[in-house]
Design a protein around this ligand. Structure first.
Ligand code: NAD
Length: 497
């Protein structure tokens, strides 16, 4: 297929320009890299994406730097108005955005729609913070000497590079973009090379809302383009979501200029089913925690710990539920009933399949699997896989798989469950299923994770911070802390007038 430099997201096939800088699109020369964008549910090519050159990345960062002077001095109320407008435009475009999530990632309709709702809620929340003058006002700091007055202020960090992965493209971008804009930062977004159409749609909406040119810029490409951003001397802050391996490289790149850094990385989280749990509820939470988004979630609770006394009952009900998970393409005849979509790419499919093979070769036992509809044949689908009682050093138990693979292990006491759950270098989330309030309190305190859910699905609210311990990253997104991560703290001390 030849290149068509016109962006036609609704058309038959499209070519995304290499960059959107200060309101203008930039196309790559024929000789530059251009990668395929697939429909993960059918394997078909739906479009192409030109990759930005180093010169374009430099131009995008300069555009953000130039726009910063005016943008940082807008009032929070004015920025809030624009964020509110973005939320409204996202709502008005819900059907098209959701269709794009389905078309690229193959997500079931309810998951695609949930992504749009999450992005809307995030922009609305940060609009609300901007409307609350106290969040941005200078705060008095009590001093031992009454003659002196100290104040604490929050300043925008500056130019932020926002680098996102492919599993929740619109969502991870909203979690960065909304607080960055609220804080008064300007940005360059680097979407994943597999799912960039969503970010281009979002950038068009931001522009339509009236955000000035240069405040939000987009550069396409892979790790190389991301690396050019992380080493650019005019980038003040990097907010990166992706694998722990890439996160390490980003951290090293940031060190040179002491760039401010937020890292949202991998996970290998636990779901704990106590003896007193409602097993029906536990199974439903286990299916959602392990197989939502086909397990391609940093927060996947792929290590399921079940009390010995309810283990057999749980496994029987879990098997029935997993076999009933409807895995079909979202666009097909039964698409509306889809409960699980495909993996994002042929490479990701091969990676997950190879990990399962290696885990089984090392001794892990597959207890049961889900089923694939024949309509899945051309896409990158994989049936859910459940492993029973893996060894503590089996890679399926220890490593992030990022696919529909869950391990179940039994335990005999809360001490053992907490020790097993915490026996990981990650620490993103955890879920506990119990009807005992006292036990729940203990788990909330002793689980080493950034977010612990008790008897609920993985509910995410923009008011509640996201981020983890250990190899799961550094810093927090969402909430007021998410805003503060795009601000520098400044204090003043002077004589009281
Ligand atoms: P990845 O690390 O391969 O890529 C993430 C992004 O970083 C992409 O845009 C990629 O092009 C870019 N990139 C890669 N190398 C880079 C470098 N050296 N410098 C700058 N940018 C670089 O990850 P992925 O495969 O796209 O996503 C899956 C990973 O993301 C999983 O490990 C998952 O746990 C993690 N993730 C974490 C969260 C969270 O909130 N903690 C959320 C979603 C995904």
């Amino acid at each position: 297929m030849g290149r068509n430099t016109e962006q036609q997201i609704d058309g038959e096939a499209f070519v995304l320009p290499a960059a959107m800088i200060a309101g203008a699109t930039f196309c790559a020369a024929e000789s530059e890299v251009c990668s395929r964008i697939c429909n993960a549910a059918t394997g078909e090519t739906i479009g192409w994406q030109e990759h930005a050159t180093a010169e374009m990345v430099d131009r995008a960062v300069h555009a953000a730097h130039d726009a910063l002077i005016a943008w940082r001095h807008t009032t929070p109320a004015a920025r809030g108005k624009l964020l509110r407008k973005i939320a409204e435009l996202l709502e008005a475009d819900r059907a098209r955005l959701s269709a794009m999530q389905m078309q690229v990632s193959g997500k079931p309709p309810f998951e695609a729609d949930l992504d749009v709702s999450d992005a809307i809620a995030t922009f609305s929340y940060y609009a609300g913070l901007c409307e609350d003058a106290s969040v941005f006002a200078a705060e008095p700091v009590a001093l031992p000497d009454d003659a002196l007055l100290a104040e604490r202020m929050h300043e925008p960090v500056g130019v932020a590079a926002l680098i996102v992965p492919w599993n929740f493209p619109m969502v991870t971008t909203a979690w960065k973009l909304a607080p960055a804009l609220a804080a008064g930062c300007t940005v360059v977004i680097k979407p994943s090379e597999l799912t960039s159409p969503t970010e281009h749609m979002l950038a068009a909406i931001v522009s339509e809302a009236g955000v000035p040119d240069g405040v939000v810029n987009v550069v396409n490409g892979g790790g190389e383009v991301g690396a050019w951003l992380t080493t650019h001397p005019l980038v003040d802050k990097i907010s990166f979501t992706g694998s722990t391996a890439s996160g390490r490289k980003v951290m090293q790149a940031a060190a040179h200029d002491m760039k401010r850094l937020t890292l949202e990385l991998g996970g290998k989280s636990a779901l704990i089913v106590r003896e007193d749990a409602d097993v029906v509820q536990a199974v439903s939470l286990a299916v959602g925690g392990a197989f939502a988004n086909a397990g391609q979630m940093c927060s996947a609770t792929a290590r399921i710990l079940v009390h010995d006394n309810v283990y057999r009952k749980f496994m029987a009900a879990f098997e029935t539920a997993v076999r009933a998970v409807v895995v079909v393409p979202p666009q097909g005849a039964e698409g509306a009933d889809a409960a699980m979509g495909p993996l994002i790419s042929a490479a990701q499919h091969a990676r997950v399949a190879a990990l399962v093979e290696a885990g089984v070769e090392a001794g892990a036992q597959i207890a049961f699997t889900g089923q694939l509809d024949p309509a899945c044949a051309d896409g990158f689908f994989m049936a859910p896989v459940v492993i029973a009682e893996p060894a503590a050093d089996n890679m399926l138990w220890t490593d992030e798989i990022f696919g529909p693979v869950a391990c179940v292990k039994s335990f005999r006491s809360d001490d053992e469950a907490i020790a097993l759950a915490n026996d990981t270098r990650y620490g993103l989330v955890a879920t506990v299923v119990t009807n005992d309030e006292k036990a729940a309190r203990r788990y909330k305190v002793q689980l080493r994770a950034g977010l612990v859910w008790v008897n609920t699905p993985q509910l995410i609210f923009p008011q509640v911070c996201w981020g983890g311990f250990g190899l799961s990253g550094i810093g927090r997104e969402l909430g007021v802390a998410g805003l503060r991560s795009y601000q520098e703290l400044r204090h003043t001390v002077g004589m009281r007038a």
